[in-house]
Write a protein that binds this ligand. Structure first.
Ligand code: GAR
Length: 225
């Protein structure tokens, strides 16, 4: 049975997978602290025992578990089966990758098809992989940003739910740009979870259709005229 809050709202049960700092996890914890938010975190799973995000979860009274890839040398199927079992035992309905830095196999991705989302620090499909901010600076793009998407077996690919764009400004280094993007990550991850939990996202091939009104946005120009 899905949990219901005092207003009779059914809350989707999230499993958040982390490997480190957990600032996106914190954004989800903060969002879910509002009883009207349509999801709650059932489990935080880390592949690293010293991930700071585990402390954030414990502080918020959320169940945590560690499945270390180091306990499964040369045995990715065993590592992933253990993660899968913990998520199912916790009744997780949607897996949220939040700085989880292990590549997932097609088997695991298929277990959670259209029930697993990821946040990535670039405007996908540009800059998949690591060092996205420095690569954006090196490429001279005027806009950079972040993406929440459904997970597919190919790395950093899958139907896009929400993106936020930020300008690249004169004098930016990767630290400054990363900070500007991270601020937006913390906005769009809860927004994407809300849309999914409210049942407003429908995957149509490679695209996500959002049900309900979505206001049009003006074009952004950088540098401004
Ligand atoms: C975030 O910037 C997230 O987008 C990125 O790792 C960081 C985790 O920070 N994820 C990836 O690069 C995955 N490809 P956090 O632990 O503070 O949320």
């Amino acid at each position: 049975m899905a949990p219901v809050n005092d207003k009779g709202l059914t809350r989707l049960k999230l499993g958040v997978l982390i490997s480190g700092r957990g600032s996106n996890l914190q954004a989800l914890i903060d969002a879910a602290a509002d009883p009207s938010f349509p999801a709650e975190i059932a489990l935080v799973l880390s592949n690293k025992a010293d991930a700071y995000g585990l402390e954030r979860a414990a502080k918020a009274g959320i169940a945590t578990t560690v499945v270390s890839h180091r306990d499964y040398p040369g045995d990715k199927p065993g590592f992933e089966a253990a993660m899968d079992a913990r998520l199912r035992d916790a009744g997780v309905e949607l897996v949220c990758l939040a700085g989880f830095m292990r590549l997932l196999s097609p088997w695991f991705v298929n277990q959670w098809h259209d029930r697993m989302i990821n946040i990535h620090p670039s405007l996908l499909p540009s800059f998949k992989g690591l060092d996205t901010h420095q690569r954006a600076l090196d490429a001279g793009v005027r806009f950079h940003g972040c993406t929440v998407h459904y997970v597919r077996a190919e790395m950093d690919a899958g139907p896009i739910i929400v993106q936020a764009a930020v300008p690249v400004l004169p004098g930016d280094d990767d630290h400054a740009l990363a900070g500007r993007v991270l601020e937006q990550e913390h906005r769009i991850y809860p927004l994407a979870v809300r849309l999914v939990a409210e049942g407003r996202t429908r995957v149509d091939g490679d695209r996500v259709v959002i049900d309900g009104p979505v206001p049009a946005l003006p074009a952004l120009v950088n540098p401004p005229a």
